[in-house]
Design a binder for this molecule. Structure first.
Ligand code: PHE
Ligand code: ZN
Length: 878
């Protein structure tokens, strides 16, 4: 690790920029290894800044060719330049024009930030701080400028030349070159700049906005993959329409473009008018994509499109405010999906994901507030906390102040702040105004890290006809925050009477609820006129991101699982029973005792496979047990992943034994009949079929494995093929090897399908998995320079394989840390992300904990760690 701690960035130190940039004129002369960039910046001192300040521009690995002010070249003694900074001590004190020429090497750019090559194309990634790898700039989100971009390149290699905004000019140049000029009238921060050039295929369509603007829609993909872009195109149109209908937001340029690229550090990027996507989240056809792929593409297209208003029109003042755009935009894409598909199923899968990633992060050494106060490397704050918990905070706000005040607050926010770079305070103030509520305490959700733990007790008093709910909240210390204060928790609850109907809620002689404000350590609500003992259904629809434990008995929970009118809590109730059982079973495994019987779990799971079940997507969620990670989090400390795996496998085996016939019948009944369609109902049937198959094949049971193999071979769609392969991968059988070989044979040419093949093998709990993963790194289809390959093999091994990553011999830790060390220089961002699998290392039992620590310490002592990797390692070990 580097000797001294690099200086952190603190929210408290925010100061407005000393200079503003009103216009940016960029001229790119594309050459693979020596691209010339001429930037002409119309600048002026910022009245809100420091009047006599020097002009200090950000750079990153830049080579300056020349600099001039108002046309006069700057002499060497007038500027101070390094690859990471350009400083002009005495710039003009009025408006001026600064011209900077830099030379950059896209072909050598393996970090995939700034301008880089992916296959034969050029593309950019500027969020968060990539623009400074293109030219020296005030690379901060509160400097908004109008951009005009001229791109010139060879006609044969780069027939397509794109940038933000509208195309204003194009023409021929000498030497087989041509150019295009793009103008984006909407002022934007540099992180939203984009350029794409290459030989790409395109799918075109159009959309007419409510206001009558005709918008050309274009999706660019590799030649020959145009038919795989149609689903993305449909998703764009659906997103545009939805944002008009639900948020009143209209698109604002004549063209909206999406480009799919093969090399991308993240999922996708919302550059103004020119979204750049990881091709994994664009390309889909019935032959190549699973139901999950179709759903992801729709959601991510929507997410990036929705950023046009929440992120682009209104952006962030500084990077501490990242959740202002990300939490809000995740909330918006979740709502979009809920409206298009099943709302309860979407909620359940979002909550599963929140718990698996964000609750895990919040409980470990990398915990941080939704709005951090300090960072060393902003790239490491694109986290489940900023995104997913950020979205939960917005969802809670809506529940707490009500739909109307929420919608009015959004309208006010758009009206008031359009064209600005904002803070969370400015956003929240809009809702304080429309709801008339004091949101001071609300801000703790943004400032306080950690998942609040709620303990609820209930009591029925038959003679007084009252039912009391008492809840306490507590948040444990997190790094840098030893003491915590109560947060405002909207507790949505219902009381379910013995007949399954909700009891009318009456408190203090008046009709009450269903939203209760729980903003102190203890909340006590006494419900009146309750004729019979009800069962409390707490946190309906997961009304707050808290960890709940209650005194509800398994009988109560199983009653809710059958009768609660809230579909989320019907699902949750059975999960809670199963989770309690799995925690006890894990103890039993560790202590060498036999595992207790809990036949009622099978009974409840069995209902999901009943012949009259029509909501298959929901039933599939009911039938899916808590994950090994869920059990680990519930246990919390001294975790033995192997014991959890054995306990969970045992439960699956028992479910198979008691439900066998129903599972077989469901599997038969849910077989495909017509041609493939990714619609939610059909996808739900496939999900339920796979849930049945997964149980049938539990523990490598012969008939189940044979069925899985049969489905693999006869599969008429990629979902069946991939899911059956996944089931086969769980046990060591000849069918598994045969199917894996067949898959590689069939799809060896398709990188995205080979990613699924890597991922399935990397997440198998079999003991030889690590050996395989190491061997697969040498496969010709594997490529360390491609983040998707790295994530599908090493990332999946670390994040989706609890037993093998956590091998008791520590090899799993050493392996992942070793790959991170290897990627440290070539792509620090991807390297740092791989280390996310260490986020729960402190909760492990002592032997594994020591091995994990050893791997982290070895990495920490590596020379020349990048800021990205050093930051994660330092915090993980602190
Ligand atoms: N802003 C992108 C999104 O969430 C994510 C991203 C961050 C992409 C940083 C690239 C780099 O939509
Ligand atoms: Zn986003």
């Amino acid at each position: 690790m580097r000797a001294e701690d690099p200086r952190p960035v603190r929210l408290a130190d925010y100061r407005p920029s000393d200079f503003l940039i009103d216009e940016v004129h960029l001229d790119f002369d594309l050459e693979p290894s020596a691209t010339r960039v001429t930037a002409t910046l119309k600048m002026r001192p910022n009245p809100a800044g420091d009047a006599g300040a020097a002009l200090s521009l950000d750079g990153d690995e830049l080579k300056l060719i020349s600099a001039a002010i108002d046309g006069a070249p700057l002499a060497a003694d007038e500027l101070d330049v390094s690859p990471s900074n350009l400083r002009i001590a005495n710039p003009p004190r009025g408006p001026f024009e600064l011209t900077i020429v830099t030379e950059i090497d896209p072909a050598a750019n393996t970090r995939l930030m700034g301008l880089y090559r992916s296959n034969a194309s050029y593309t950019t990634q500027c969020e968060a701080e990539g623009f400074r790898r293109i030219t020296y700039f005030l690379d901060r989100p509160d400097v908004l400028a109008v951009y005009t971009t001229r791109v010139a390149g060879p006609k044969d290699e780069t027939p397509v030349l794109l940038s933000n905004g509208n195309l204003v000019e194009q023409g021929e140049l000498d030497g087989g070159r041509h150019f295009a000029v793009w103008h984006d009238p909407h002022p934007k921060p540099s992180y939203l700049f984009a350029l794409v050039a290459g030989d790409l295929g395109v799918v075109e369509d159009s959309f007419t906005t409510v206001g009558g603007r005709g918008v050309a829609l274009k999706v660019f993909v590799e030649h020959g993959k145009e038919d795989r872009a149609l689903h993305a195109m449909e998703s764009i149109k659906a997103s545009m329409k939805w944002d008009e209908e639900v948020f009143g937001r209209e698109y604002d340029l004549d063209v909206f473009m999406v480009v799919a690229v093969s090399h991308f550090n993240m999922g996708a990027m919302e550059n103004k008018g020119l979204n750049v996507f990881n091709d994994k989240y664009v390309l889909a056809s019935p032959e190549t994509a699973t139901d999950g792929d179709y759903a992801n593409i729709e959601a991510i297209i929507a997410h990036e499109y929705f950023h046009n208003w929440t992120g682009n029109r209104i952006t962030c003042r500084d990077w501490f405010q990242l959740c202002l755009k990300e939490g809000l935009t995740v909330f918006r894409d979740q709502e979009f999906t809920s409206d298009r598909r099943s709302r309860p199923v979407k909620r359940i899968s979002d909550v599963r994901n929140l718990r698996a990633l964000q609750f895990a992060e919040d409980a470990g050494p990398l915990a941080h507030p939704v709005r951090p106060q300090i960072y060393h490397e902003i790239n490491n704050f694109y986290t489940p906390t900023v995104y997913e918990k950020g979205a939960e905070v917005i969802r809670m706000l809506k529940v707490w102040i009500g739909d109307d005040a929420f919608r009015a607050g959004m309208d006010l926010y758009f009206d008031r702040h359009d064209g600005e770079a904002c803070t969370i305070e400015q956003f929240v103030a809009c809702f304080a105004e429309t709801s008339g509520r004091d949101l001071t305490q609300w801000m703790r959700w943004y400032g306080q890290a950690g998942t609040p733990e709620v303990i609820a007790r209930t009591a029925y008093d038959a003679s007084a006809r009252t039912f009391t709910v008492e809840a306490t909240q507590k948040t444990r210390p997190t790094p840098g925050q030893p003491t915590k204060q109560p947060v405002v928790i909207p507790l949505v609850l219902g009381l379910v009477g013995p007949d399954g109907a909700d009891v009318d809620l009456k408190v203090g002689g008046e009709k009450a609820g269903p939203v209760f404000t729980f903003d102190r350590e203890t909340l006590r609500v006494v419900f009146e006129d309750v004729a019979e003992r009800p069962v409390a259904s707490l946190f309906r629809n997961f009304s707050a991101p808290v960890k709940l434990s209650s005194d509800l008995t398994n009988d109560d929970l199983l009653f809710l699982a059958a009768r609660d009118s809230d579909p989320f809590n019907r699902w949750q109730a059975l999960q809670t029973v199963a989770l309690r059982h799995l925690v006890q079973s894990t103890d039993a495994v560790r202590e060498g005792r036999s595992i207790a019987e809990e036949p009622r779990i099978a009974e409840a799971v069995g209902r999901a496979f009943a012949p009259d079940e029509t909501d298959c997507a929901y039933a599939a969620q009911v039938a899916s047990l808590p994950s090994e990670g869920d059990v680990a989090r519930e246990i919390g400390e001294n975790v033995d992943p192997e014991a959890i795996h054995r306990a969970r496998s045992e439960l699956k085996g028992r479910l198979r034994d008691s439900l066998g016939d129903a599972l077989e019948a469901a599997f038969e009944r849910l077989a495909e009949t017509g041609p493939y369609s990714p619609d939610p109902a059909s996808a739900g049937r496939r999900a339920l079929k796979v849930a049945a198959l997964d149980l049938l094949a539990a523990g490598g049971a012969r008939t189940g494995v044979e069925r899985a193999h049969g489905l693999y071979i006869s599969a008429g769609n990629m979902t069946d093929r991939v899911m059956s392969l996944q089931v086969l991968s769980l046990s060591a059988t000849p069918e598994r090897e045969e199917a894996l070989a067949d898959f590689a044979q069939r799809y060896g040419d398709d990188p995205l399908l080979m990613d699924k093949w890597f991922l399935i093998q990397a997440s198998s709990p079999l003991p030889d998995t690590l050996d395989r993963v190491e061997a697969l790194m040498a496969a010709p289809t594997f490529d360390m320079k491609n983040p998707n390959r790295v994530r599908s093999l090493i990332g999946a091994f670390g994040a989706a394989n609890p037993t093998q990553f956590n091998r008791p011999d520590g090899r799993g830790y050493a392996f992942v840390a070793g790959v991170a060390a290897e990627l440290n220089t070539s792509n620090p961002q991807v390297a740092a992300r791989l280390l996310g699998s260490f986020r729960t290392w402190r909760a492990l039992e002592p032997t594994r904990r020591a091995k994990a620590e050893h791997a982290l310490r070895a990495l920490a002592s590596t020379a020349d760690l990048s800021p990205d990797v050093a930051d994660i390692v330092r915090r993980a070990l602190a």
